[in-house]
Design a protein around this ligand. Structure first.
Ligand code: F3S
Length: 422
């Protein structure tokens, strides 16, 4: 790979051992993907070092040598516990102690411990066309599609990118790899975020790592775009989608395909949307449920407001746990606006920093010594997110049901799976 003088100095160790190690790793990555050179990045969203996984916090600590600082604005992916409200969510204290060690390591590296999967809701909005490095599939697809920034589906390499300010020119950093591959003609009305999740889940299965182009979607909200991307990246491994006239890089369908012919073309009607709901629902109308999760990806303040409006003056079933997960930016606003108070009065919780599959409910983690987690804490989880339901089924091992927010709230109030036709 061609390296600049500054990159050679990093590789040669003149900027310290940690920077040298980070550059060596990025070089290996670049060589594996035949990258010609490195590009400068403007931002990194990095793996946080999760308390739930053995050796994970230690890996971040090993980079925090006291001398090394990140070279670009950097935020962290979700953590394993709400660091301020862990008792209310029933988390083991050992998890909190472990997570606090990660925060100390981030401080040394000058990484902001945002602990969210939606850093764009906290003001991290890299400009269109800029190169970045990000973990978290739902954030990656949002950055690439809605904002038009350029990132691969990174893992630990995002930390190395943050430390060096560089990333190999490969994958979605190259314009030719950002061209649409499959055309989806959406011929049904998408009523709410649940329908966008259902569409994304259906399309993600079909395109896998392709770049879907959606024709026929009208006036989606910010939250609906976030939901569509999260689902695409869950059933498949898509990292980019285009909605002509709406997302960042394509004004028209022709723009999205840049004179290439789509590999395949699909029509999406209400049957296809219903298929996703059915696939992600293990229970029947009226069956008992005990957990409702909203906020995957983390909710915006408007989404919290909608939940508060639906819960105002009501009480959820005493056998149901309701978590509304959001960012550290939205939570103080929810407090100020009275939304948190309404949700708590109804019996729910507004939580930050984590989500069900990232915390002690997850049964598939390799736990650090000294941390034990309860088994079978959730029997049936209801969510408005295709991502949380798929991974809840696989990682928490519970039954799941996917529905609109209204269906989720109705289920929380009654303790039964209640599909609302909305
Ligand atoms: Fe975020 Fe957890 Fe969903 S990390 S995208 S809330 S599965």
């Amino acid at each position: 790979m061609q390296l600049t003088d500054e990159e050679k100095r990093m590789l040669g160790g003149q900027k310290g051992k940690t920077v040298q190690y980070a550059m060596e790793c990025l070089l290996q990555l670049g060589e594996a993907f035949d990258a010609e050179k490195m590009v400068e990045i403007s931002y990194a969203h990095v793996h946080s070092g999760m308390a739930l996984y053995k050796g994970d916090v230690e890996r971040v600590e090993s980079l925090a040598d006291g001398q090394t600082k990140v070279r670009v604005p950097s935020s962290t992916q979700i953590g394993s516990v709400d660091i301020e409200n862990w008792k209310a969510m029933g988390a083991p204290e050992a998890l909190v102690r472990h997570q606090k060690r990660a925060i100390e390591a981030h401080k040394k590296l000058e990484i902001t411990s945002t602990f969210t999967c939606a850093p764009y809701l906290m003001g991290y909005l890299p400009p269109k066309g800029s190169h970045i490095s990000s973990v978290e599939t739902s954030a990656i697809i949002f950055f690439n599609s809605v904002l038009g920034a350029k990132t691969n589906r990174d893992g630990f390499f995002s930390l190395f990118a943050a430390i060096t300010g560089r990333y190999p020119l490969c994958g979605y950093h190259i314009d030719e790899n950002r061209v649409g591959t499959h055309l989806f003609n959406v011929e049904t009305d998408l009523k709410h975020t649940g329908d966008y999740f259902a569409l994304g889940f259906h399309a993600g299965k079909l395109v896998q790592d392709g770049v879907p182009v959606f024709n026929g979607i009208k006036n989606p909200s910010f939250e609906q775009l976030k939901s569509l991307g999260a689902a695409l990246a869950t059933s498949g491994s898509a990292a980019l989608y285009h909605i002509p006239g709406i997302t960042a890089e394509a004004r028209t369908v022709d723009d999205a395909f840049r004179s290439t012919v789509p590999k395949d073309e699909f029509y999406v009607g209400s049957e296809e949307i219903d298929l996703s709901y059915k696939f992600l629902t293990d229970v029947k109308q009226g069956d008992e449920i005990d957990f409702v999760h909203l906020g995957c990806p983390h909710y915006s303040i408007e989404e919290i407001r909608d939940v508060a409006e639906m819960l105002k003056g009501k009480k959820i079933d005493p056998n149901v746990t309701l978590w509304v997960c959001t960012t550290r930016a939205a939570k103080p606003m929810a407090d100020r606006m009275g939304y948190t108070g309404i949700i708590e009065k109804a019996g729910g919780l507004v939580l930050c920093d984590t989500c069900p599959i990232s915390t002690y409910l997850c049964q598939t983690s390799a736990l650090p010594e000294g941390i034990t987690i309860p088994k079978d804490a959730v029997q049936t989880m209801v969510s408005d997110s295709a991502k949380q339901t798929k991974y809840g089924r696989e990682m928490i091992g519970c039954k799941v049901a996917l529905g609109s927010v209204k269906s989720c709230i109705e289920s929380a109030l009654t303790g039964e799976w209640r599909v609302k036709n909305d």
